[in-house]
Design a protein around this ligand. Structure first.
Ligand code: CTP
Length: 399
């Protein structure tokens, strides 16, 4: 399970740092590539020579080499990793991780890391039990990090209690178990539309809407983390993709989004239509900037845009799934059910603009999922990352 996996091993200032040597040996034996990143305090407990010999790679500790100025890119390292393991994790490193205090290479690497992170605390029993430590550990859990609880036993202080770093063989087993679980969306190809569309009035003006793209981008990230190959068709948004495996295609208008989406859809297992597509566009966008003095009154003639969701609904083949969104202000359930049927969707995500914290621009959303069978599940207000998780959990069960 660990063969060929790239693992960053973060080592910090704790007496348990000696166990990192056993850890590296076990990981390398299982076929993993191990890159050690050690904090300055960690080097007081175990020498880089021991670690580089066992891992067969130079140990990284500083932002750049004093000898020749070579820069160690924490961003590249973060993207290289299949997993990051901080073992032993001292109380100070846990605190810095929980609060984003990026004063050493290990913390910057952690903050750049897209892969799952495992943390094996090691400290004295009272330090471990202190509310500051417990709160920081809770924060790491809330970030989605996996905490490998310390064991109970005799500590370096000769006190007996909870704080001993878990044994290397147990830590290796945790990683093996993690990689042996099949990801729910493994190898699934998913098309996602996101953001608004802009419909040109003239070279400098457009009709658009307030969609930020946050929900669609959160969905793209969440699907990729669960093993899917994502094609993200994005309208004009100020968002960047962080996962290297997301294929992003930028479009501007509904017509462009329609062209790309209908071309991509046949190879997909599912499409999630999260974009706030403009329903109408100016019938004749002006080639020149429209001048104010030309007219007393301004009338724009609009013509309908293609309905991307409905078009994909018509193209849909057995085995393909279609997820749409419905943003409603009244008769929410009824309208959403109508859209589900009309557009031949399998699942619809309803947001009501009447709910505080739901809808465009914000970081939170409150959704209700309605499937083709008529099952209705309402979720509480959550941040958009968590909402994305709820949507794709449901999608995974349907797939
Ligand atoms: N949608 C689409 N193409 C359009 C309009 C909407 O793909 N031209 C998709 C949206 O991405 C969303 C779903 O259809 O998944 C519902 O969008 P919404 O704007 O709520 O529905 P409309 O069909 O436009 O209905 P109305 O504006 O009348 O509420």
């Amino acid at each position: 399970m660990l063969k060929g996996k790239n693992i960053i091993l973060g080592i910090t200032g704790s007496i348990a740092a000696y166990k990192a040597a056993y850890l590296i040996r076990a990981l390398v034996k299982k076929g993993a590539e191990v890159q050690v990143v050690i904090t300055p305090a960690g080097k007081e407990f175990i020498t880089p020579l021991t670690l580089s010999t066992l891992s067969r790679k130079p140990v990284i500790s500083e932002f750049f080499s004093n000898r020749d100025g070579t820069w160690n890119s924490h961003v590249d390292l973060g993207l290289w990793a299949d997993a990051m393991l901080v073992a032993p994790a001292s109380v100070s490193t846990i605190g810095k991780m929980a609060n984003g205090i990026a004063d050493n290479m290990l913390i910057t690497t952690y903050l750049s890391c897209k892969a799952p992170v495992f943390v094996a605390p090691a400290m004295d029993l009272d330090m471990f039990a202190h509310p500051a430590t417990q709160q920081n550990i809770e924060r790491l859990r809330a970030f989605g990090n996996h905490i490998i609880e310390p064991g109970v036993g005799e500590l370096a202080s000769e006190l007996i209690g909870k704080g001993r770093m878990e044994e290397p063989e147990v830590i290796v087993k945790v990683l093996e178990d993690f990689f042996s679980v099949k990801q729910p969306l493994e190898k699934k190809r998913i098309l996602i539309t996101a953001g608004p569309t802009y419909e040109k009035i003239d070279p400098v003006r457009f009709i658009g809407n307030y969609s930020s793209g946050k929900m669609g981008f959160a969905l793209a990230e969440a699907c990729t983390r669960q093993g899917a190959e994502v094609t993200l068709v994005a309208g004009p948004v100020a968002m960047s993709v962080t996962h290297p495996f997301i294929r992003r295609i930028d479009v501007e208008s509904a017509e462009e989004m329609f062209q790309v989406a209908t071309r991509q859809f046949p190879g997909m297992d599912a499409a999630i239509l999260c974009a706030a597509v403009a329903d109408y566009r100016p019938s004749q966008p002006s080639g020149e900037k429209i001048k104010r003095e030309q007219q007393e009154e301004m009338l724009l003639k609009l013509v309908p845009n293609p309905d991307i969701a409905a078009s994909l609904g018509a193209l849909k083949q057995p085995g393909q799934l279609l997820v749409g969104f419905a943003l409603e202000t009244n008769n929410e359930l009824e309208n959403a059910r109508g859209k589900l049927q009309r557009k031949n969707l399998d699942l619809i995500v309803l947001n009501s603009l009447r709910e505080e914290g739901a809808g465009f621009q914000g970081d939170t959303n409150k959704i209700t999922l309605i499937d083709k069978e008529g099952n209705v599940t309402a979720f509480p207000l959550k941040n958009k990352q968590e909402v994305a998780g709820d949507i794709i959990n449901k999608l995974a069960t349907l797939l």
